[in-house]
Design a binder for this molecule. Structure first.
Ligand SMILES: *Cc1c(COP(=O)(O)O)cnc(C)c1O
Length: 384
């Protein structure tokens, strides 16, 4: 059996090697390292794939979130509601801009922000909601967009983990993750579903004026060379990363299919296990999607409900099976983000999830032998 990796990007590279090597070698010989033609070419390809008017590439996903908030003109003291159970980047940029983060609990089955908790957290100072489409599945965007419309709030989708996923609205329309709210932000970190070979990110919007404003923000607030109209940042996707992403984008749906196929095999193996809760897909899909793209499994995350999660992590390590705990500490308990406004009992789901979740190896190169070895090892231990 091949050694099991948590993330395996070598196979993907072998498939696109010729194209990527040729593009990179061309970039090296033309020295168009910044703003080379591949950047706008990738931007246009991604706009077409997502069905959105504007993609603004930037340096990474954290910048994308920050720039989205700057673009919307959020001001110090404005409250921004986001999930307690997520990667810290989301709440970090809220803090950096001196906005006030308001963390709320998530749903136990999807791990995504709970619309009921959002409603409870709204105050006259609330200006925006940042749903994170955690592990590759959209948050309940119907409910979130309705709340936003009712309370006149912006919605910034943190789509770092769900690029390529579809959101099927209750009225039957389908949209790509990241294109439903007022603005979407994503990351092209190597291990994301569409990853480059370094750092990268992008912002999406259908709003022409906002897109223009943001194009200046990413470039030092310049709309005309050496005229600085607003305080901006320096955040660029470099040409080499754009060339890699341009080669990978046409394969994104295939990558997502391979992840879903692995997820189906995992879930099938665990279906009769009482103490193992497999991830669910919502939106009218029966079990794990067969025919739709609602979940793109950035992570395949189980809940272990008999208290053996930590022991399982150690057991898997002893069997040379890598795994991850995303995330082990709720944001409201992190030193940097503690706030007297948070009451621990307002986060019952997150507090439980941090003790139950475990993410198994998930990437496009998993084979049946590896998946069987992983599922057998998990089941044998949980029932021991
Ligand atoms: C990866 C990630 C980010 C940050 O992306 P970077 O490109 O690493 O800055 C933000 N939010 C979530 C949910 C992520 O998973």
């Amino acid at each position: 059996m091949r050694k099991i990796q948590m993330v395996d990007l070598v196979g993907q590279y072998q498939e696109i090697k010729e194209e990527v090597d040729a593009s990179i070698s061309n970039i090296l010989s033309t020295a168009a390292f910044i703003n080379g033609p591949e950047v706008s070419a990738f931007q246009k390809d991604l706009e077409a794939y997502l069905g959105i008017k504007h993609v603004i590439p930037c340096a990474n996903g954290t910048d994308a979130l920050q720039i989205a908030m700057m673009g919307l003109g959020l001001q110090p003291g404005d409250e921004v509601i986001t999930a307690d159970f997520t990667f810290a980047a989301t709440v970090e940029v809220i803090g950096l801009l001196q906005l006030t983060p308001v963390l709320v609990d998530v749903e136990p089955d999807t791990f995504n922000i709970d619309p009921k908790a959002i409603l409870k957290a709204i105050t006259p100072k609330t200006k925006a909601i940042v749903p994170v489409h955690l592990f590759g599945q959209c948050a309940n965007m119907d409910a979130i967009m309705e709340i936003a419309a009712e309370h006149d709030l912006y919605v910034i989708e943190d789509n770092a983990q769900a690029i390529g996923a579809d959101f099927i609205s209750s009225n039957g329309t389908s949209k790509k993750a990241g294109t439903i709210g007022h603005i979407g932000a994503t990351s092209f970190f190597p291990s994301k579903n569409l990853g480059c070979y370094g750092d990268g990110g992008a912002i999406f919007t259908d709003d022409d004026e906002l897109a223009h404003f943001i194009r200046g923000i990413v470039n030092h607030g310049m709309y005309q060379r050496y005229h600085h109209d607003v305080i901006g940042v320096n955040s660029r996707l470099d040409t080499i990363q754009a060339a890699v992403l341009k080669a990978k984008l046409p394969r994104l749906d295939t990558y997502c299919d391979k992840r879903r196929a692995a997820a189906r095999k995992y879930s099938k193996a665990f279906e009769d296990q009482q103490h193992i809760h497999t991830p669910i897909t919502v939106q009218g899909c029966e079990g794990i999607c067969e025919n739709c793209n609602c979940h793109v499994f950035h992570q395949y995350t189980l809940r272990i409900t008999n208290g053996k999660r930590d022991a399982l992590v150690a057991h898997l390590a002893s069997k040379e099976i890598p795994c991850g705990v995303y995330y082990p500490i709720p944001l409201h308990k992190q030193k940097a983000y503690q706030d007297s406004r948070y009451k621990d009992e307002e986060f019952p789901v997150t507090n439980r999830l941090v003790q139950e979740v475990i993410s198994l190896p998930m990437h496009t190169e998993l084979d049946d032998e590896q998946i069987n070895y992983i599922t057998e090892s998990v089941i044998e231990f949980i029932n021991s």
